[in-house]
Design a protein around this ligand. Sequence first.
Ligand code: GLV
Ligand code: MN
Ligand code: MN
Length: 396
Amino acid sequence: MFEEMWRELAPVGRVAGGGYVRQPLTRAERECSAWFLQAAADRDLRVELDGFGNAVAWWDPPQATTARSLLTGSHLDSVLDGGAFDGPLGVVSAFAAVDVLRERGVVPGRRVGVGAFFEEEGSRFGIACLGSRLASGAMSVDTAEALTDRDGVRLGDAWAQASLDPTTGPSLLADVGCFVELHVEQGRGLVHRGAAVGVASAIWPHGRYRFDFDGQANHAGTTRMQDRHDPMLTYASTALAADTLARAGDRRATFGRLEVHPDATNAVPSRVTAWLDARAETAEHLEALLAELERQGRDRAALDGTSLHVTPESVSGPVHFDGELAQRISAPHGWPVIPTMAGHDAGVLATAGFPSAMLFVRNPTGVSHAPDERASTADCLAGVEALADTLQGLCG
Ligand code: GLV
Ligand code: MN
Ligand code: MN
């Protein structure tokens, strides 16, 4: 059951240092997909694949029904050098919860699906929750096809190479009436509350922005300091400003990715491209952070004789999960209801109008998107029971 599935998945995409690299349309992802198909086959679940790379394994009710389906699951891809739990915990727990429901003798009154969404992290093509955005119609196929990875490979070509056609294939969400995603907590909210399991209330607004700093390439030895137009200095000053602004307003600002041209030790760079991930409790707070940061970045660019151009790559508004659904799930067990600053497919589906809920499983380190991400086996098993209880309450 849970532990056996966890063991099977554990070696897939694991890299030196114990982290995971499971990017979409790579070998690691193909191995994750093969594992998903096997887990579905082991349970006689009927698999449906769409043209985007999303998959659902359906447990069909014995009687034909017009009731809308209940979907659970999460994603199997990871960030670069991520942890084992972000994503896979929700998929493995979903299969394990189906096992628990069958052991309890539950007969579903509606279809119950175990889903795995494509490119949730945006680690390869830059846009988070790509699979759920496409499946829910929040992003067009044309826009997605034109996205490129760091090697310039178009998503449209990568799909074709994997024999996926985004213009055909079933719509996996067509008759979904409710989505429940279980996820490892990505902070220590549940640790502080002494609870193994929690329920999500909301997701903070979140933006990803590309900052292009342009200057003038020149010799690192012969160019006097006062003659330089060094975009690295403008970037460095802007990164410090982002930190100061975020701390002052209880917001988050991270420059976690950088490209330098020409990336030479003995040359002043001509261009620095940096990606900002910013989050805040409200859209207004997020917009204010970005506006002030852009202003400070441009002021510094004027001093350095460089320029700054900011391009939003994806911006998501706040998500407020269905309050009644969250209460219905949490109240009988006294599970705390807490917000999260991390993005999730459940947020995309909630925004698209699907009643959605999230269960969190305690993370003792609070670390996520890194190899130190953790959840104890006992808490994972508590999560499976919690998901089974939740699905049982919703699938009658
Ligand atoms: C997704 O995990 C995100 O919050 O970046
Ligand atoms: Mn994540
Ligand atoms: Mn995730």
